[in-house]
Design a protein around this ligand. Structure first.
Ligand SMILES: [Zn+2]
Ligand SMILES: [Zn+2]
Length: 332
């Protein structure tokens, strides 16, 4: 959702200012610190089993869901806000659907720390040695613009009890160890955006948040920034942790005894006391078309970590141009 707030001294529009935990008037520069973002109040962990009844649906404003006709992404915006471009595919064919009253509101927020200017700097540095970078930048104006958006992220806290059997080698012999250990998992992240979770490179950027720095949710931090509606629900998110959690717990097993187990560590895990937080987290996103294919680059709005897709070969247009160029030489 994009919040619209009026400036108390001139009536202009206040928007969130990345890096300053505050709102800034676009007309007169008047600044207001957002109290929630400078508070020391931690974001509550909620009990998973009673989640459905207790979850808040209050976004702190009248909100609407905007659906992109081209890629299907759903964003939540202030009802008064005009719908602009889709940040995921750059399409202008966005369509307003329902009011957002039944959509779970977030418990916490990580505000933008990285400014758009800084994001562009990080991006230019990242593409420096990439294929056709200067040509694509000159040819495609969309590449010079990043969109700021908040993306849904669930984090899970859970107590695990693990039993394992593993082989390891010591002094040239292979030994067997059976063991068990308890481990409290804290803030295990699951990105609740299908758009971003489907790509490994983008996902790595999205797993880089310092979630312990999250603040209680406030609609003020969304002034000027839309928020993506989660496309992966809470239960679905928890059900999807399997392979990642397994990998993480196997590493814990190795740490417990400072042992490097050989392949095929056998482990069973029981889970207790599952809790979660629903956060929205900041990302700068750039989607562009090259040779009819959509490429997406994301920058973590808190840490500045960047990754994404980049063309690896000439597009049809560039190929034709190159052939024409070579051809005109051949005629002389
Ligand atoms: Zn003002
Ligand atoms: Zn779209």
């Amino acid at each position: 959702m994009e919040q619209t707030k009026k400036c108390p001294s001139c009536g202009g529009t206040m928007i969130f200012q990345p890096g300053f935990d505050s709102l800034r008037c676009q007309s007169c520069g008047h600044k207001e610190v957002i109290p929630e973002l400078v508070s020391k109040i931690p974001v509550d962990e909620l009990d998973f089993l009673t989640a459905q009844n207790k979850a808040s649906h209050d976004w702190g404003m009248e909100a609407k869901v905007v659906t992109c006709k081209q890629c299907g992404a759903e964003t939540i915006q202030n009802k008064l806000q005009l719908s602009g471009l889709c940040p995921f595919c750059g399409s202008t064919t966005v369509e307003t659907a329902d009011p957002a009253q039944d959509i779970m509101a977030p418990d916490g927020i990580i505000p933008f720390k990285i400014t758009e200017k800084r994001a562009l700097y990080i991006f230019k540095d990242w593409i420096k040695d990439r294929f056709l970078a200067p040509e694509l930048l000159a040819e495609n104006a969309q590449l010079n613009k990043f969109y700021g958006i908040y993306v849904p992220l669930f984090t899970f806290d859970v107590l695990t009890e693990n039993r394992f059997t593993g082989r390891y080698s010591e002094d040239g012999r292979t030994l067997l160890r059976c063991g068990k250990f308890r481990h409290q998992v804290d803030d295990f992240p699951v990105v609740a955006s299908k758009q971003l979770a489907s790509d490994k490179l983008l996902l790595n950027v999205m797993k880089d948040y310092r979630t312990n720095e999250a603040k209680p949710y406030t609609p003020d931090a969304l002034a000027g920034f839309p928020c993506e509606h989660y496309s992966i629900g809470l239960s679905e998110a928890w059900n999807s942790v399997g392979p990642d959690m397994d990998f993480y717990l196997r590493n814990q097993a190795c740490k417990q005894n400072e042992t490097r187990y050989l392949k095929g560590l056998d482990m069973t895990t029981e889970y207790f006391d599952l809790k979660y937080k629903y956060l929205i987290v900041p990302v700068w996103i750039n989607s562009f078309f090259y040779d009819n294919k959509l490429y997406t680059i994301v920058i973590n709005g808190q840490t500045g970590k960047i990754d994404g897709q980049w063309p690896k070969s000439f597009g049809t247009f560039a190929k034709k141009a190159a052939l024409f160029f070579l051809g005109s030489f051949g005629l002389d």
